[in-house]
Design a protein around this ligand. Sequence first.
Ligand SMILES: [Zn+2]
Length: 203
Amino acid sequence: MHIVPTQEEVVGLLKESGALREGHFEYPNGLHSDEYLQVALAMRHYEYAKLLSVGLSRLLRADHEIHPITRELSIVAPATGGLPVAYGVGEALHAKQVYWAEDEEGKGLHFRQFMEQHPGERVLLVDDILRTGRKLTELKKLVEAGGAEVVGLAVIVYQPTPATPDFGKLPFFYLAKLDAHYYRDAATCDLCKRGVPLQKVWI
Ligand SMILES: [Zn+2]
């Protein structure tokens, strides 16, 4: 394994741990796909969590804008799925703090009570995966509304869908990019046409 794991090494680890699955899947938004990734399955194993988050931290450390400010960074995750990555990256970078948002009871994305940003706080958004980008977009707005400055976005896996937003000039870091085939719905899905058994996924 390289000190920054290669695309092939990351994909191999995700497959071995059952996190990356091939088949025929339907997402809650109706998209069909031939591939499904649930990074939490890989993060069950501490050694994998460590290897992936430290690898990601090395990419961040190599960035000339992030490198000088690592110790003042707040590492912020949009949900609990990003926590193993956030703590791993936070530890490796000796970042100032790690915290996360939640989205329970339909209240919309929010922080725990008294968890406030301070003006000028530098935030690195971290998650296990960037797929639809919905939560990370919401999180960016949330921390900016609190007066913080988002300096980058880092994920283990970038798995864009046709609807994934572009974060513009925001520096973006990832260890692996997965290009799954997506179909808008069952009517346009080749796998449906071929009668491949379908599994619904929750997230
Ligand atoms: Zn289908």
